[in-house]
Design a protein around this ligand. Structure first.
Ligand code: MN3
Length: 201
């Protein structure tokens, strides 16, 4: 199988109490695994794509054979987004961005607090299932984006630095319909060192 599911980079209960262990287990072992399985099933029809990296598959979906394009978009996007999401969180979060990343945030949003407000508003306002993102545009500036379903910013040429999954499966067990509460709690586990690393690369 060309694509495989990596283990979570920390124990399933490491993000407690902000994200509960049961949600993490289901989300990683069931939801994320299903994206990987279905991506591989789709690629079986085009073995010539087995060696193409997931980033390259998603960067230009128009190059994907039409009969599997939607499957690659949804399941390949799901695989990419979730791998990115697990790495975007950290039980030993250092709580706030610093250094050149903070300068970039201040330049784009005036302050970290204003960035948080704008990002949380975008995430809470994403209708239905999807994601909210902090991205670096090709010109280097920072911006907030939302994507529906499992669409990913790399398909539109932007570099994601941080993303939050706002599908109900990401929060419903603990927060039920209170998506804004999940978003508020999630700031406590953002891995800002990882975001800085992505910003610099
Ligand atoms: Mn999810």
């Amino acid at each position: 199988m060309p694509h495989t599911l990596a283990p979570l980079p920390y124990p399933n209960d490491a993000l407690e109490p902000f994200i509960d262990a049961q949600t993490m287990t289901l989300h990683h072992d069931k939801h994320h695994q299903t994206y990987v399985t279905k991506l591989n099933e789709a690629l079986e029809k085009h073995p010539e794509l087995f060696d193409v990296t997931l980033d390259v598959l998603l960067q230009d979906l128009s190059k994907i054979p039409e009969d599997i394009r939607t499957a690659v978009r949804n399941h390949g996007g799901g695989h990419w987004n979730h791998t990115f999401f697990w790495e975007s969180m950290n039980p030993k979060s250092n709580k706030e961005p610093d250094g050149s990343l903070l300068e970039g945030i201040n330049q784009a949003f005036e302050s970290y607090e204003k960035f948080q407000q704008a990002f949380a508003t975008a995430a809470a306002g994403q209708f239905g299932s999807g994601w909210a993102w902090l991205v670096k545009s090709p010109n280097g500036s920072l911006a907030i984006r939302t994507t529906p379903n499992q669409d990913t910013p790399i398909s539109s040429g932007e570099k994601p630095l941080l993303g939050i999954d706002v599908w109900e499966h990401a929060y419903y067990l603990k927060y039920q319909n209170r998506r804004p509460d999940y978003i508020s709690a999630w700031w406590n586990v953002v891995n800002w060192d990882k975001v800085s690393e992505r910003y610099a690369s």
